[in-house]
Design a protein around this ligand. Structure first.
Ligand SMILES: Cc1cc2nc3c(=O)[nH]c(=O)nc-3n(C[C@H](O)[C@H](O)[C@H](O)COP(=O)(O)O)c2cc1C
Length: 221
């Protein structure tokens, strides 16, 4: 697959088949992603691969916490406010997602079911949890972790696998720490759901939007 095709065709996958992903494929993808650049080659990412019964337990706990209205307490605070343009884009993708699933805005139960699926990682058979040491400067380690995650997603896509980067996986880090034995010295950054995409589900097929070049680029010549 051409790099440009991988970049342009990768999509967040929100419905997975139940088929397992071979351990050796996961290892190869992560091993290739280790070539991601990082500040001073510090390679701050630490990856916990969660599958099987432990993943099932995590999904259940994560869903229970979210639906019980438990206050999220992520290590990386969630943005609460955006400038208007970013807010519009955020709301737009939410609308497109629910429309693809034929969930009308006023269907509170339908929306709740969708959020429940999200906190259950959309049925993905693998969770890749990314952490960095708290002793590393937050801003740079976030840049490095972000680069790593994108490389990982593209490499997975190249193999026909689907990914969804999920802040929803790390809203309750205390439970994750206990279940996965992640020490308090680590900052839990983000989760990536991984699995074989369900190519029939419209939630994976709707059109995604991007702004045009001139919305982002300022030339100084
Ligand atoms: C840091 C980060 C956190 C995200 N968290 C979630 C999430 O919790 N739930 C979700 O459905 N998608 C999540 N996404 C996926 C974005 O919604 C998605 O990348 C965006 O809408 C663009 O769509 P695309 O990935 O299909 O191009 C996240 C993406 C990033 C980069």
């Amino acid at each position: 697959m051409e790099l440009k095709e991988a970049v342009k065709k990768r999509r967040s996958i929100r419905s997975f088949s139940s088929q397992a992903v071979d351990k050796c494929i996961i290892e190869e993808i992560i091993s290739d992603a280790l070539w991601t650049p990082s500040w001073g080659n510090t390679q701050p990412w630490e990856i916990t691969v969660v599958t099987g019964d432990t993943l099932a337990t995590f999904k259940e706990k994560n869903q229970r916490a979210a639906t019980s209205g438990k206050q999220p307490n992520p290590n990386i605070p969630m943005p609460l406010e955006w400038p208007e343009i970013n807010k519009r884009r955020y709301q737009d993708v939410g609308r497109r997602t629910l429309k693809a699933l034929s969930i009308p805005r006023e269907d509170a139960k339908g929306r709740l079911d969708f959020y429940n699926q999200m906190f259950g990682l959309f049925g993905a058979p693998v969770l890749l949890l990314i952490a960095v040491d708290k002793a590393i400067l937050l801003e740079y380690s976030m840049l490095d972790a972000g680069l790593f995650v994108q490389t990982l997603c593209l490499l997975a896509h190249e193999r026909g696998l689907g990914t969804c980067i999920l802040a929803a996986a790390v809203q309750y880090p205390d439970g994750l720490r206990t279940l996965l034995e992640i020490p308090d010295t680590k900052r839990i950054v983000i989760g990536v759901a991984l699995g074989w995409p369900d190519h029939e589900n419209p939630v994976n097929l709707f059109e995604r939007a991007r702004g045009s070049l001139n919305e982002f680029v300022h030339w100084v010549e």
